[in-house]
Design a binder for this molecule. Structure first.
Ligand code: NAD
Ligand code: ISE
Length: 336
């Protein structure tokens, strides 16, 4: 069966996933796209073999030639399209964050629970990265002993001066590490704090950059996450789990290290599109396979809710200058 996919939002990652669904992942074709920038949607549709540009995102969800929906519009708009897909009984892949507020995420969780089956997959692609997967295997095997600490780094070369805010460093960027840590440890975040070092001269005046997120899990693991989104030199993602008797950290991504002229060098990826290319392919492949069965797998709406609830607590901690406890709603049996 070929899964006919409709895409809402044809910006950077929407186009990347459209290309992936057309040339890389088998068993899918893009049949409809929409964007508030109608010209952009038309241009993307023109470059795809079977896609039509429709006026609105909700038209894509309702379209009879769409079996499953991929939501890649900006975060605050996700809820409307994901709720409509659940209502239509169509599997939906939603890029992170599921929604920018915990309340909005909970509305999605409740709609899915009312529907009685999983239809939502959230785009936390680190769970599909070979390095993170190998790290999780080591943690789960018990080879490190009981986990004690996790150290994470999330650095972007730069972010757009307009449109990217200090809050997004947590809700859009650090949210990847919040999810990765929950998944790696199989533990929930119980409390958070934040620190803001001096502002980098590379960052625009309105942006607090870098920022440091501190997480404590229910089991007592302490986690530090450095988010620095204007580091200038590359897309640098690091993660180290420290256990009682050993550590595991992500290996570098370069296929080769060069020793020459008295130096040892290896390239740093330039962008998330390069660093996580294989992980994006794998998550979309799993989504297409599960959509062909009319269901969803992978990171769930509950994971999207939990990550956003932690991110919201981080903002409260940062703005109030205090430690904030994270309170999650009761986890529905659907996500057991
Ligand atoms: P972008 O700004 O390049 O693209 C967003 C697109 O959505 C734009 O074309 C915009 O016009 C369109 N849009 C906005 N509101 C809309 C609406 N109501 N209906 C239809 N279209 C609408 O942004 P992006 O970088 O492609 O990010 C999109 C989403 O993907 C965000 O949620 C972002 O956090 C997420 N993202 C995830 C990753 C990842 O690593 N998983 C990477 C990049 C972006
Ligand atoms: C972007 O939305 C992503 O999800 C990227 O993976 C992340 O590195 C970047 O900071 C976000 O803005």
């Amino acid at each position: 069966m070929t899964v006919r996919v409709g895409i809402v939002g044809t910006g950077m990652i929407g186009r990347d996933h459209a290309r992936r669904l057309t040339g890389t992942v088998a068993g899918a074709e893009v049949t409809a796209v929409a964007d508030v920038d109608a010209g952009r949607a038309r241009a993307v549709a023109a470059g795809l073999p079977a896609a039509r540009a429709l006026p609105r995102g909700l038209d894509v969800v309702a379209d009879a030639a769409v079996d499953a929906v991929l939501v890649t519009s900006s975060g605050p708009t996700h809820e409307e399209f994901v709720l409509a897909a659940i209502e239509a009984g169509k599997p939906v892949f939603c890029e992170k964050p599921l929604a920018p507020t915990a309340d909005a995420c909970l509305r999605v969780v409740r709609a899915e629970v009312a529907r009685g089956r999983r239809l939502v997959q959230v785009g936390f692609m680190r769970r599909y990265d070979d390095g993170y997967r190998a790290m999780k295997e080591v943690v789960d095997s018990g080879g490190l002993g009981t986990p004690l600490m996790v150290h994470c780094v999330h650095r972007n070369v730069s972010v757009p001066v307009a449109g990217y805010t200090s809050d997004m460093a947590v809700t859009d960027t650090g949210v990847h590490e919040i999810d990765a840590v929950r998944w790696l440890l199989g533990d929930e975040i119980a409390a958070v704090e934040m620190r803001a070092p001096r502002r980098s001269g590379r960052a625009p005046e309105h942006l607090r950059d870098p920022q440091i997120i501190l997480l404590e899990t229910r089991e007592g693991v302490h986690v530090d996450v450095e988010v620095y989104v204007n580091c200038g030199y590359g897309y640098d993602i690091r993660c180290e789990v420290v256990g009682e008797s050993g550590t595991a950290d992500l290996a570098g991504t370069a296929p080769v290290t060069v020793r020459a002229g008295g130096h040892r060098t290896a390239p740093v990826p330039a962008h998330w599109t390069d660093r996580f290319a294989r992980a994006y392919d794998a998550e979309v492949r799993e989504w297409v396979d599960s959509a062909a069965r009319g269901a969803a797998a992978g990171p769930s709406a509950w994971d999207g809710y939990a990550a956003t609830a932690v991110a919201a607590a981080c903002l409260e901690a940062r703005d109030g200058g205090r430690r904030v406890a994270v309170t999650l709603a009761e986890r529905p049996a659907l996500y057991a």
